[in-house]
Design a protein around this ligand. Structure first.
Ligand code: AMP
Length: 399
């Protein structure tokens, strides 16, 4: 079966068509500037020139219909008709407390996604628009919602409750949900498979280090803890997000800078992290270059970034009473050998973890990067959220 995977943002739509016979990507692409002037579709098929189309996309329905046109086009298409596409898997940010699993979309599912607009104000409305656009453009085709919160829904009460009055959980579902769930599920399972670890009992820590960053602990692939919280702001230092912070900082800045809570949260989400500390960029390559050129706060920002990761690794080793494997993934985790090496060399000696410099000299491919005598196995495992969404979609439509 061929599965279309859609990841809709407020003004963008990313897609991949995956042939589940061999899990190969038949085509992938991106619609940009939906609802804004200058909308553009870029469609990529292996072995062919990219197809680019600049045409108005007033809404997600138009974008989805252009995607289906591109996929079925005589010259740059990959299927003869939409009938060859078995189902559509949608990345949905937030499923609230209702969904602990991916699910075939019906009216009730859409209602819950809508009820979670508050919890995922930037993503859930766009995710729902993507689903409704598919219902309109290819009626009758099954849509599956794969929630980014699913991994976090498995973590125990002691890990997900905030120590605030319980009424806020009861009234509003305020708890830790975690995000990048599809990635944490995929990478932890892939680590077990690739590393030939015990599928039931392997204790795995996944460091998803991209522009957004989060870290998780799991045993046998089942979530024990994850660093993001009610929103993606909690946890690690990220490209533009502060991660963990004393909430009183918000009040202090509000009072001293005459700003609203929303304005300060915007600063914590978009202007903080490695960007805010270094004042240089949210891209780690720029910040590393600045640090090498002597920019003190770029250097401190990178040190703080690694330090926070190491603190979480320590916490998760305690949470699981041990660790068998640590996996690095996403933009920084897959491409930045120096950061991987420094985290292990500077902080993980107490675990008997040792990086192998030759094995670590790698980008974006599954590999063991620790020495043979390392007490903890360390891996590079590229994430593949689209494939994880497609696998869940296939499982549910075949059920
Ligand atoms: P992602 O969100 O997973 O796409 O990751 C994007 C981030 O990965 C970028 O913002 C970069 O900071 C980082 N990145 C990509 N390549 C490298 C590299 N070679 N060295 C350091 N950071 C990188």
């Amino acid at each position: 079966m061929k599965i279309l995977v859609l990841n809709c943002g407020s003004s963008s739509l990313k897609y991949q068509l995956i042939d589940m016979e061999n899990e190969s990507v038949l085509a992938k692409g991106l619609c940009e500037r939906i609802g804004i002037e200058g909308s553009k579709l870029t469609h990529k098929v292996a072995g062919k020139d990219d197809f680019e189309l600049e045409t108005p996309m007033p809404d997600h329905s138009k974008a989805v219909s252009l995607v289906f046109d591109a996929l079925t086009d005589a010259s740059h298409g990959v299927v003869k008709s939409v009938d060859e596409i078995g189902a559509v898997g949608h990345r949905v940010l937030h499923g609230g407390t209702k969904f602990t699993e991916s699910i075939v979309v019906n009216d009730e599912v859409k209602k819950v996604i809508r009820e979670c607009f508050d919890l995922g104000p930037l993503h859930n409305p766009a995710n729902l628009m993507g689903i409704e656009a598919c219902e309109k453009v290819v009626p009758g085709k099954k849509n599956v919602a794969v929630f980014d919160t699913t991994f976090g829904m498995a973590i125990p009460e002691k890990a997900y409750y905030y120590a605030i009055p319980t009424e806020y959980y009861e009234k509003y579902g305020i708890r830790r949900y975690g995000f990048h769930g599809t990635s944490h599920t995929y990478v932890s399972n892939e680590t077990i498979k690739f590393g030939n670890l015990d599928p039931k009992n392997a204790k795995v820590i996944v460091c998803h280090l991209g522009n957004g960053a989060s870290i998780s602990a799991s045993i046998g692939g089942k979530g024990v803890d994850t660093s993001m919280g009610l929103t993606p702001l909690e946890g690690l230092i990220m490209g533009t997000r502060s991660g963990d912070i004393d909430p009183a900082v918000v009040q202090f800045i509000c009072n001293h800078e005459n700003k609203s809570v929303d304005e300060v949260l915007n600063i914590l989400n978009k202007k903080s992290g490695i960007l805010g500390m270094s004042g240089v960029s949210s891209d780690f390559r720029d910040v590393e270059k600045a640090a090498e050129e002597g920019n003190h706060m770029a250097k401190v920002g990178l040190e703080a970034y690694r330090y926070r990761i190491a603190k979480y690794i320590g916490a998760y080793v305690a949470a699981m009473n041990g660790v068998d494997a640590i996996a690095f993934t996403a933009g920084v985790g897959e491409n930045d050998k120096k950061t991987r090496k420094l985290i292990v060399d500077e902080y993980l000696g107490y675990l008997g973890a040792k990086i192998d410099d030759e094995r670590n000299d790698v980008r974006g491919e599954e590999r063991l990067i620790s020495t043979d005598d390392s007490k903890v196995k360390i891996f590079l495992i590229p994430t593949n959220e689209e494939l994880a969404i497609a696998r869940d979609t296939l499982r549910l439509v075949e059920a």
